[in-house]
Design a protein around this ligand. Structure first.
Ligand code: 5AD
Length: 370
């Protein structure tokens, strides 16, 4: 037997063990990630798809993303809206604008609103809880997801009590040394992770995740990320390729690849079979059929943009970020067509209760109008 053959057999065996036992050691994760081949990828994706279909059928959940502020107190080396980028054109939506986005999104069929923003001190607990409770009152059947970075335990608790249900906070990278290469000294992997534990304890459905192919990342770092996911056991995991932004210290760094991102998606589906796994905007940006490939590797969520069109181009975390076309919430029908083409369909629901298809919602809306 050739060496290559034994390697493939060994790695397939690791995938089998991941599927049945949902556990690998750090050394095994590293070996699997480093040794991947196209053949192995197909083997993984087939399993990941089968698990995804067993739990979720061919449905794809949609979440309406409202990017409500691009002011940020942080200075992450990779991010286009970092504090010290003087070229970022800053904006902040008013409460009325945010509520209008929700109203528009509801009409389109969204039942989850994701409020995402930089760490913007203007949005104090008072202002944020006011916004959250207004959404909660206005759309009682919708899930409210926040993605507004690191805050105190008390602050997370107040927002939860105001009606927020879910919180997205990527851990970015587990390893403290690697974390320090991506962030200024004021930020640390331990405080990031503590926030995630706090959110969990309070009762949020938690989403975490990491960038794939971020500068200085090694297969060992990704292995640690997988071990952390296993430990935290989040409800959602968002991963996407690192993409350089021209006005950041990482302008000249190499981008991550769709190939490795999709491989990691497949591994996450095996590790956490029921997790909500978005095919992210970054994946769609790096590769024109990235999101379809993500779905076919086990992803089951997409997050179209619900922000007002005039601010979309300003929320630029990385270069060439998709914000029109199928990425826009208005183009739900185009997105649906793309999903149908690969045998999947958009699901209109909160993702944690009764599921309704897009066609059903549209006919229901028509009936209400007439
Ligand atoms: N490339 C890819 N993803 C990025 N993010 C921020 N900057 C970039 C970039 N240059 C991701 C981070 C953050 C999420 C909102 O966007 O992981 O958590």
């Amino acid at each position: 037997m050739s060496a290559l053959h034994t390697d493939t057999a060994d790695l397939k065996n690791l995938i089998d063990r991941l599927e049945t036992g949902r556990f690998l050691t750090r050394e095994e994760w590293t070996r699997l990630i480093r040794g991947r081949t196209p053949d192995l990828e197909e083997y993984l994706f087939e399993k990941a798809r089968a698990i995804r279909i067993r739990h979720y059928g061919h449905g794809v959940f949609i979440r309406g993303l409202i990017e409500f502020t691009n002011y940020c107190a942080n200075d992450c080396y990779y991010c286009g809206i970092r504090r010290s980028n003087p070229h970022a054109e800053r904006y902040r939506l008013t409460k009325e604008q945010i509520l209008a986005c929700c109203g528009h999104g509801y009409e389109l069929g969204f039942r989850t609103f994701v409020l995402q923003g930089g760490e913007d001190g203007w949005f104090t607990d008072e202002r944020m809880t006011d916004i959250v409770s207004s959404i909660r009152t206005g759309w009682p059947d919708c899930a409210i997801t926040l993605s507004i970075g690191e805050r105190s335990y008390k602050s997370y608790q107040r927002l939860y009590e105001a009606g927020a249900n879910r919180y997205l906070l990527r851990h970015e990278t587990y390893d403290a040394v690697h974390y320090a290469k991506l962030h200024p000294p004021s930020l640390s992997s331990s405080s990031r992770q503590q926030c995630l534990w706090n959110l969990k304890e309070i009762g949020y459905q938690v989403g975490t995740g990491f960038m794939v192919g971020s500068p200085y990342q090694t297969p060992e770092n990704l292995a640690d990320d997988m071990m952390f996911l296993k430990e935290l056991n989040p409800q959602m995991v968002g991963i996407g390729p690192f993409i350089p932004h021209h006005d950041t210290p990482f302008a000249d760094k190499e981008a991550g690849t769709a190939e490795l991102t999709i491989f990691m998606l497949g591994l996450i589906r095996l590790l956490l079979p029921k997790v909500l796994l978005p095919a992210t905007t970054a994946l769609g940006t790096i590769s024109p059929d990235g999101r379809e490939k993500g779905i076919l590797a086990g992803a089951n969520v997409v997050m179209p943009n619900l922000s007002p069109p005039q601010v979309r181009e300003k929320y630029l975390l990385y270069d060439n970020k998709l914000c029109t076309g199928d990425e826009a919430a208005e183009s739900l029908r185009d997105l649906e067509a793309r999903m149908r083409k690969i045998g999947y369909h958009i699901e209109v629901s909160r993702g944690d209760s009764l599921n309704v298809s897009l066609a059903q919602t549209e006919s229901k809306n028509r009936n209400e109008i007439h």
